[in-house]
Unconditional design. Sequence first.
Length: 52
Amino acid sequence: MYTYCLECEWQATTVASETDAVASESAIEHFVETGHTVESVRLPPPAVILES
Ligand SMILES: [Zn+2]
């Protein structure tokens, strides 16, 4: 999950060891602190790298 702010440079990306809830929580925190609109994008699964 990639979470970013529409109004400033804030962003958060969850890594494999984190859950989506972590990104959601920090997004809510940013909204509460700043009143900014935060967008979330669910990243596609990692692409399989094919040997050519
Ligand atoms: Zn912001």
